[in-house]
Design a protein around this ligand. Structure first.
Ligand SMILES: C[S@@+](CC[C@H](N)C(=O)[O-])C[C@H]1O[C@@H](n2cnc3c(N)ncnc32)[C@H](O)[C@@H]1O
Length: 205
């Protein structure tokens, strides 16, 4: 599955880049920034794509950003847009970082491409990589997008068949609670004509 998704994003990169303006992320990013309540820090962006809008937003605020993505073509764009971002070409389910290395983490429009059976381990990893009090923001797929309460399968996006996977919001919240996270917010947002669940969580102090 990753191989076909990597190939799809390598083919999509140029068109995705051209159409990014259709997705206005300013409200999401500003809301998360206010939750963080610290001027500068180190952000981990999982599925960073072309380095915009998330990494760019934080770099312009003076943050260090480490971005992970398994599409070489998306990372090439990131090198062009955000040369200051530390780029890692890897599957986010296979990377390792030091405990407490990051003040914040984001996974914007990326986590839903990972099998839901792997979400729990990824949340455990994010929990370990964050400092106490660190916060994370991620996009979660939902019935409003896939048409199913729980889903694992393919949906066509910009003429590519992409893999998506999610469980129900209730099971997601339980998983986050079991991991140790506090749930700060979970909002359905309509951005660029797509409805997803946007979730903000905190590792307790
Ligand atoms: C829809 S794009 C979003 C990119 C960027 N976050 C944005 O907001 O524009 C999804 C990105 O996640 C990456 N991705 C998906 N699954 C991944 C995985 N398991 N490991 C690394 N990157 C992944 C894709 O290569 C792609 O660049």
């Amino acid at each position: 599955m990753p191989k076909e998704l990597i190939d799809a994003y390598n083919r999509l990169a140029a068109d995705y880049d051209k159409n990014r303006g259709l997705f206005d992320m300013s409200a999401v990013l500003n809301d998360f920034y206010h939750y963080l309540n610290i001027g500068e820090g180190h952000l981990l962006d999982l599925g960073c794509g072309a380095g915009e809008p998330g990494p760019g937003f934080f770099i312009r605020k003076g943050w260090n950003v480490t971005g992970v993505d398994f599409s070489e073509k998306m990372l090439d764009l990131a090198m062009k847009y955000q040369p200051e971002m530390h780029r890692i070409l890897a599957d986010v389910t296979e990377v390792g970082f030091l405990p407490g290395q990051f003040d914040a983490a984001t996974a914007i429009y990326s986590l839903f491409h990972i099998e839901r059976e792997k979400h729990n381990q990824l949340f455990v990893n994010i929990y370990n990589w964050l400092k106490p009090g660190g916060k994370a923001l991620f996009t979660y797929a939902c019935k409003e997008y896939t048409g199913k309460k729980e889903f694992s399968g393919y949906i066509t996006f910009m003429s590519e068949k992409l893999y998506y996977s999610h469980t129900t919001p209730e099971k997601l919240y339980k998983m986050l609670e079991t991991t140790g996270f506090d749930l700060l917010s979970a909002d359905y947002r309509d951005i660029g004509g797509e409805r997803f669940l946007w979730v903000t969580i905190r590792k307790p102090e």
